[in-house]
Design a protein around this ligand. Structure first.
Ligand SMILES: [Zn+2]
Length: 284
C-alpha cells in the first residue's frame, strides 16, 4: 500500500499548488463496452511469422491481456476476467470476424504495414470496433511487428560551393520492433478494445499524467518497458464499467473524461479499496 500513499500525496500536492489539469482521456463512445467477459481470440499468423509468434509474440499477447486483467482486479476489485483462445491459421486465413461470433476481441499480427489494411502507413497497430449489433460485438486488433525508423543521415559534399557544403538526407529503414515495443502497442490497442480512447493533451499546460493511451510513441526508444498499467487508464475503465468489472450494464455516453475527474476517481477508489488508509483531499 506504500504506492497508494505516495500516489495520494502526489495528487494532493498537485491540487494544493492550484494547477489545473485540462487534459482528458477519450472513451470509445456510447455503447462501446463489453456486456460480458470478453473472449480474446488470438489468431495464429501466416507461416512467415509463426516462428517469432511461438517464440515471443504469443507470450507477449498473453502477458498483455493478463496485465489488464490483473491490474484492473487489484485496482478496483470486481470481475475483469478475460478468456483467451488460440485460433490456427488454417481455421481463419480465409474467414471474416463474422465467422467467429464467440470472439469479442481478435488479436492478429502482421509483419509490416504497407497500407494493406488501413490508410495510415505510420500506424504500428490499429483497433477496429463494431458494437452496433447486439448479437456479436467485437474489437479487432492488428499489430505490426516491423516499423520504419526515421533516421537523419548527414553526408558531406567535398568540392561543392559553400551553400551546398552539407546535404541532409532522410532515410527510412524498416526494422523489427523489440518485444517491449510490441507489448506496448499490444497494451495500447487492447486499451481501445476495452473501451478507452486516446489521451488528449492540453498543450497550454505541461502537467501530463502517465497513460498508455497517448497516440504516439517511439518504437525504438529504450524506455518502452511496461510492468504496471497507469492508474489513469485503469480509472477510465472503472468509470466505464463501474468497480464490479465486466458483466454489469453500465457503459458511458460521455466521449471524454476530464483529467480532474479521473484523478478524483483514483482518490475515491483508493480510499474505498483501502479502508485503513486515511485520504485527505485538498487539505493538509
Ligand atoms: Zn490508439
Amino acid at each position: 500500500m506504500r504506492l497508494t500513499l505516495v500516489l495520494i500525496v502526489l495528487l494532493v500536492s498537485t491540487s494544493t499548488v492550484g494547477m489545473v489539469n485540462a487534459d482528458s482521456i477519450e472513451t470509445m463512445g456510447g455503447g462501446i463496452y463489453h456486456k460480458d467477459n470478453p473472449l480474446v481470440c488470438i489468431m495464429e499468423p501466416n507461416p512467415e511469422l509463426q516462428e517469432r509468434f511461438y517464440n515471443e509474440l504469443l507470450i507477449l499477447t498473453y502477458d498483455s491481456v493478463m496485465l489488464w486483467q490483473n491490474n484492473l482486479k487489484s485496482y478496483s476489485g470486481g470481475n475483469w476476467y478475460m478468456m483467451m483462445e488460440l485460433i490456427s491459421f488454417e481455421k481463419h486465413y480465409d474467414k471474416l470476424v463474422y465467422d467467429f461470433p464467440r470472439c469479442n476481441i481478435f488479436i492478429e499480427f502482421s509483419k509490416e504495414n504497407n497500407g494493406q489494411h488501413i490508410d495510415n502507413i505510420d500506424a504500428l497497430g490499429y483497433a477496429q470496433i463494431d458494437f452496433s449489433k447486439s448479437k456479436h460485438q467485437w474489437a479487432y486488433v492488428m499489430i505490426y511487428t516491423e516499423a520504419i525508423e526515421k533516421e537523419t543521415k548527414i553526408s558531406f559534399c567535398i568540392g561543392c560551393s559553400n551553400q551546398q557544403e552539407q546535404e541532409t538526407k532522410h532515410e527510412a529503414k524498416l526494422l523489427e520492433m523489440d518485444s517491449n515495443a510490441i507489448k506496448k502497442v499490444l497494451i495500447h490497442e487492447l486499451g481501445h478494445s476495452l473501451g478507452i480512447g486516446h489521451y488528449v493533451q492540453d498543450l497550454k499546460t505541461d502537467n501530463n499524467v502517465e497513460s498508455i493511451m497517448y497516440p504516439n510513441f517511439n518504437p525504438f526508444s529504450n524506455k518502452n518497458m511496461i510492468n504496471e498499467l497507469p492508474y489513469a487508464d485503469l480509472e477510465v475503465l472503472r468509470q466505464i464499467y463501474t468497480s464490479d468489472g465486466f458483466g454489469g450494464l453500465h457503459g458511458l455516453n460521455q466521449s471524454e473524461i476530464p483529467m480532474e475527474d479521473i484523478l478524483f476517481g483514483i482518490i475515491e477508489n483508493m480510499s474505498e479499496m483501502c479502508s485503513s488508509c486515511t485520504v485527505v483531499i485538498g487539505d493538509e
